[in-house]
Design a binder for this molecule. Structure first.
Ligand code: C5P
Length: 296
């Protein structure tokens, strides 16, 4: 038996931190959505064990991989005695602020749920996903949502108006824990207006979305990596309607309406960073790569 799942990247239209919690996490408010850049997760049923392989040498190929942990946790929670071989065709940049690892874990939860015939709901998968990482519950749905709490308290929103999203990742990663570790919540002066962003998304108001893009982690990562600031300036100069760093970075995304402008921007940025993509805003989860469970 074999199933395949798409694991799309997410971007933050807003990211606000309200306070640091006693458990060390930050209480967040984020408006997140999904873009048409995805890893492909192929899952092959095996007897008992879990094994993992990836097209990219940049991700661990053992239990340190979030997708491996997702399969192991799902087995543990449900008492399922089946195994899986996970193959990750990696396209989302790693350590980039695009939730690639979390999305791989979420797709593994969805796919193993089908492969093993467990019959769990998305809500049940999201609850299990929260134990793997703060962004995993969002990625189980991979739609558009307001994420609160650690990131696991989700309120679904309609998809934003479609546009082009140019994603550019500097030639280095960042650690989310490092960025949050340097954030001083009391010193934040420029909090995003989350409710305004929600209104803009609900009204499918593109200009409103552009106006209310905001991420309190952006100045923190920029202070660590000057090239993130330069990248943002460049994208604005090359004609972006709006530009923001996603998550803890270092990927910066630009929103543009016109395809021709998105293509020009990609070409202009290629000399500056290796990983540049122009993709469509999705806002909703696409169906799996292959429609249904297939017998191999
Ligand atoms: O939940 P996850 O393992 O993805 O989080 C990675 C790190 O990011 C955490 O160890 C923590 O340092 C930081 N974080 C945080 N507040 C959140 C989410 C993550 O401080 N809401």
């Amino acid at each position: 038996m074999f199933v395949s799942e798409k694991a799309p990247a997410k971007i933050n239209l807003t990211l606000d931190a309200l306070f640091k919690r006693p458990d060390g996490y930050h209480e967040l408010e984020m408006v997140m959505t999904t873009v048409d850049l995805f890893d492909r997760i192929d899952l092959y049923q095996t007897n008992k064990s879990i094994t993992l392989e990836s097209s990219s040498g940049l991700v661990p190929q053992d239990e340190r991989n979030l997708a491996f942990r997702a399969a192991a946790l799902l087995k543990e929670k449900t008492g399922c005695d089946k195994g899986v071989h996970i193959y990750i065709d990696k396209r989302i940049p790693v350590a980039a602020g695009l939730a690639g690892g979390s999305s791989d874990a979420a797709a593994t939860l969805r796919g193993c749920n089908r492969l093993w015939g467990l019959g769990l709901s998305d809500a049940e998968l999201a609850e299990i996903g929260a134990e793997i990482g703060s962004d995993v519950p969002f990625c189980v749905y991979s739609n558009t949502a307001l994420a609160q709490g650690r990131g696991e308290v989700l309120t679904a929103l309609p998809a934003p108006p479609t546009c082009w999203v140019v994603l550019a990742k500097p030639n280095h990663g960042v650690s989310t824990a490092d960025v949050f570790g340097k954030l001083r919540v009391h010193a934040i002066t420029d909090h995003p207006q989350t409710s305004r962003m929600i209104e803009a998304v609900k009204k499918r108001d593109y200009e409103g979305i552009i106006r209310h893009l905001g991420n309190v982690l952006e100045p923190v990562t920029m202070d660590m990596h000057e090239d993130v600031r330069q990248l943002k300036e460049r994208m604005l100069r090359f004609g972006a309607d709006g530009v923001l760093m996603s998550g803890s970075g270092p990927t910066v995304f630009a929103l543009v309406k016109q395809e021709s402008r998105a293509v020009r921007m990609v070409n202009s940025l290629r000399g500056f960073c290796q990983q540049v993509f122009a993709v469509r805003m999705l806002g909703v989860r696409r169906e799996s790569v292959l429609d249904d469970v297939r017998t191999k």
